[in-house]
Design a protein around this ligand. Structure first.
Ligand code: NAD
Length: 470
């Protein structure tokens, strides 16, 4: 198993490095290569050279990806603590992320596109054979560094592409280690990780040698990526922000669902694209819902992710902490009440008390925008129609959920949500086999399952004339 010291440097990596901080202390604990945008030409050329061989043999690809999955699992004891150190999440969540990374590699290793016959008659037989695109790029954020990286490279490599992957500068280390582990099972140049500060990502997105840019991150950066990729007319897949609503119906068993609802909002310190980011409760149950969530927020154990007792870690970085503080302060100034939390914790690191906001005006940023942190606004509603309108009333459309004792009734309401995935009585559970797509500003294109594989392929159609019999 490679150790951190044996992480191979990508070609062109020079001496410059940037600091990586532990969000549990706020202190720099390591550094990563600060690669420059002009180093990308050689790296993309190498990915192109590697593509010539990698594209040819799907059986060899599957074998290599299955070996990579085993290697990821074997490296879990090293990957997970490093992930926790730079990202902040509890170690159990990092272990789950490593396991999911290996599972995704196995899933896509076994998935094959099918040749499809279009016309099988005379005078022409035509079919579609799916072809890889070439060297592709992925740019990912800091909330699930390994899981999101593998959500990019597993389908891309399985499809026969090669990849240049850029993690967030807040979480470069575990991704570099992951790539080193995975690459040991692959030919040189098939997967290359580049790390560095902007304009590295902008240059990668607009690089003329890249045929597909798969981006996960904020709406604002997604726009910049799409603009950059327009120059080369590369295919673009964007998985962007969310502001998922959870609607509680009037027959809901509040105590019965409170744990599930709370953790759907606060897992990974609320830094989940499809976390519950707003709760709508009927007037009659409003106080009970606020109290049930506030109790859990007050009793959840907040601490460093490496402490086995911690259930909620720190916010990942100082900028994100400032955003969470700003949204909370705006809400309190607008008349909201902190039923739990509402402030930073008085200790080193980027800790914010799990916060439940009640009596929140519906038109302030903590409701209409994406807080992406441990702060949850709870809003009352008069009618289910009002709740559905409010849930659908932002620019986002990633996910949403409806909670109630009668699952058919809840599902009928969930069916009215304008989003890519809706859940009944749970939230943010995803299968590797499902399509994953946001609507409105939450995304462009489809990832996940077979859709993710085909998103990394192009149709190549062959027509064959058949002699007409006289
Ligand atoms: P971000 O948009 O700031 O950064 C994402 C990535 O883009 C990072 O690697 C960053 O270095 C890079 N980047 C920054 N500027 C760039 C530019 N001009 N060109 C190219 N790349 C650039 O997002 P973030 O703060 O790291 O992550 C949080 C956001 O990600 C939230 O909005 C969250 O909802 C979203 N997210 C979405 C999904 C999804 O699947 N829909 C999943 C996870 C996170």
């Amino acid at each position: 198993m490679p150790t951190r010291r044996s992480v191979r440097r990508a070609p062109g990596v020079r001496g410059e490095r940037f600091a990586v901080r532990d969000p549990a202390t706020g202190e720099a604990f390591d550094a990563a290569p600060d690669q420059r945008a002009d180093e990308l030409d050689a790296i993309v050329d190498r990915a192109h050279d590697a593509w010539r061989g990698w594209r040819t043999d799907p059986v060899a690809r599957a074998t290599a990806l299955l070996a990579a999955a085993d290697a990821v699992e074997a490296a879990g004891a090293e990957l997970a603590p490093l992930l926790t150190r730079e990202q902040g999440k509890p170690l159990a969540e990092s272990n789950a992320e490593v396991a999911r990374t290996a599972a995704r590699l196995r899933y896509f290793a076994r998935l094959r596109p099918e040749t499809q016959v279009i016309t099988d008659g005379r005078p022409v037989h035509s079919d579609i054979r799916w072809r890889p695109l070439g060297p592709v790029a992925a740019i990912v954020p800091w909330n699930f560094p390994l899981q999101l990286a593998s959500a990019k490279f597993a389908p891309a490599l399985a499809a026969g592409n090669t990849m240049v992957l850029k993690p967030s500068p807040f979480t470069p280390l575990a991704t570099r280690l992951l790539a080193s582990v995975v690459s040991a099972a692959l030919p040189d140049g098939v997967l290359t990780v580049v790390t560095g500060r902007e304009p590295l990502g902008a240059r990668l997105a607009s690089h003329p040698g890249i045929r597909h840019v798969s981006f996960t991150g904020s709406v604002a950066t997604g726009r910049a990526v799409a603009t950059g990729a327009a120059g080369s007319l590369a295919r673009v897949t964007l998985e962007l922000g969310g502001n998922d609503a959870a609607i509680l119906l009037d027959d809901v068993d509040v105590e019965g669902i409170a744990d599930r609802l709370f953790w759907a909002a606060f897992r990974n310190c609320g830094q989940v694209c499809m976390a519950v980011k707003r709760v709508y409760a009927p007037n009659r149950l409003y106080a009970q819902v606020v109290d049930a969530l506030a109790l859990r927020a007050k009793t959840a154990v907040v601490g460093a992710g490496l402490d086995p007792d911690s259930q909620i870690g720190p916010v990942n970085n100082a900028g994100q902490l400032a955003r969470v503080e700003r949204y909370t302060a705006q809400a309190l100034a607008a008349g909201a009440r902190a039923a739990a939390g509402g402030h930073r914790l008085d200790r080193a690191g980027y800790f914010f008390a799990p916060t439940i906001l009640a009596d929140v005006p519906p038109d302030i940023p903590v409701v209409t925008e994406e807080q992406f942190g441990p702060v949850l606004p709870v809003l009352p509603y008069d009618s289910v129609d009002d709740a559905v309108d409010a849930a659908n009333g932002t620019g986002f459309g990633l996910g949403g959920s409806v909670w109630g004792t009668d699952p058919d009734r809840a599902e009928a309401v969930a069916d009215r949500l304008e989003c890519g995935t809706a859940w009944v009585n749970h939230h943010a559970e995803l299968s590797l086999a499902q399509p994953f797509a946001g609507v409105k500003e939450s995304g462009v294109g489809v990832a996940g399952g077979l859709w993710g594989l085909y998103g990394n392929l192009r149709p190549f159609v062959v027509h064959r004339a058949r002699e007409a019999r006289s």
